[in-house]
Design a protein around this ligand. Structure first.
Ligand SMILES: [Zn+2]
Length: 255
């Protein structure tokens, strides 16, 4: 995945200059960059794991990689369930350490996580969660049997997942402060910061994602969200003034 990484030291110097790169980041949600002057800095991606996976899937879908799009959306849904149970546990005053200790016993088994989600959803909203059965059937064909879906089928699957996440997330927003969504973001930043060497300058960046939690502007339809995502990616590409156009971006600054 790539994040937009302008050098703030250059931008806000007495002789300001603007350059920016699209820098790779991976599972730890941190990108490391060096500008052409030599400033080294880190960018913390202020985006939950399920959002990152949705963005990755949406990018794959736009490029015509249908299997990859479905795999990413499928993983995004599972990580969204995890996000929900984490947030719900927090709203019940369960500490992160305690939650992490419990989560170890379900981390490798998505069915256990889904079970926890079903129960917590019932407790939060006083109604049973109704799963869209088409998601499971389609996912089994694609993820477990390796069937490569056609473009329209792939887009349809992604829209089911998007609708599912959006439906639950809007209910979470309705409950407002109970879910401490702002705290969840702060905690994510603190945890990602641990991956950055002491003394390195740090910026945070939120992606113009397909389902941006930070902007509270989730589109109600997937096709609308995908179109917005496509436009924002194009705009971002035009904004980049890359000092290393042949690619000297790496993720090795932390080593
Ligand atoms: Zn610089």
């Amino acid at each position: 995945m790539k994040v937009f990484a302008p050098c703030f030291e250059c931008t806000f110097s007495s002789n300001p200059r603007f350059e920016s790169q699209l820098v790779d980041y991976f599972d730890d949600g941190v990108a490391f960059a060096t500008c052409s002057v030599g400033h080294k800095f880190a960018v913390i991606v202020q985006t939950q794991k399920f959002e990152i996976l949705l963005n990755s899937g949406a990018a794959a879908l736009l490029e015509g990689f249908t299997l990859e799009a479905c795999a990413s959306f499928s993983a995004a849904l599972e990580r969204f369930y995890e996000f929900f149970i984490r947030i719900s546990a927090r709203s019940r005053k369960i500490s992160t350490d305690l939650f992490d200790e419990m989560f170890k016993t379900m981390a490798q088994q998505s069915e256990r996580q889904f079970g926890a989600f079903l129960m917590l959803y019932l407790l939060e909203f006083n109604e049973p969660y109704k799963e869209n059965p088409k998601i499971r059937t389609f996912r089994n064909k694609v993820i477990h049997k390796g069937e490569i879906p056609q473009n329209d089928k792939s887009a349809e699957f992604c829209s089911w997942v998007y609708d599912e996440i959006n439906k639950v997330y809007q209910k979470m927003l309705e409950k407002g402060d109970n879910f401490s969504l702002r705290e969840a973001t702060m905690e994510m930043i603190v945890s990602r910061r641990k991956n950055i060497p002491n003394g390195m300058s740090v910026a945070t960046a939120s992606e113009a994602g397909i389902f941006p939690l930070s902007h509270k502007d989730q589109k109600s339809s997937f096709s609308e969200a995908l179109e917005d995502f496509r436009k924002s990616r194009e705009m971002l590409r035009r904004t980049v003034i890359d000092p290393f156009p042949v690619g000297r971006h790496d993720h090795s600054e932390q080593k």
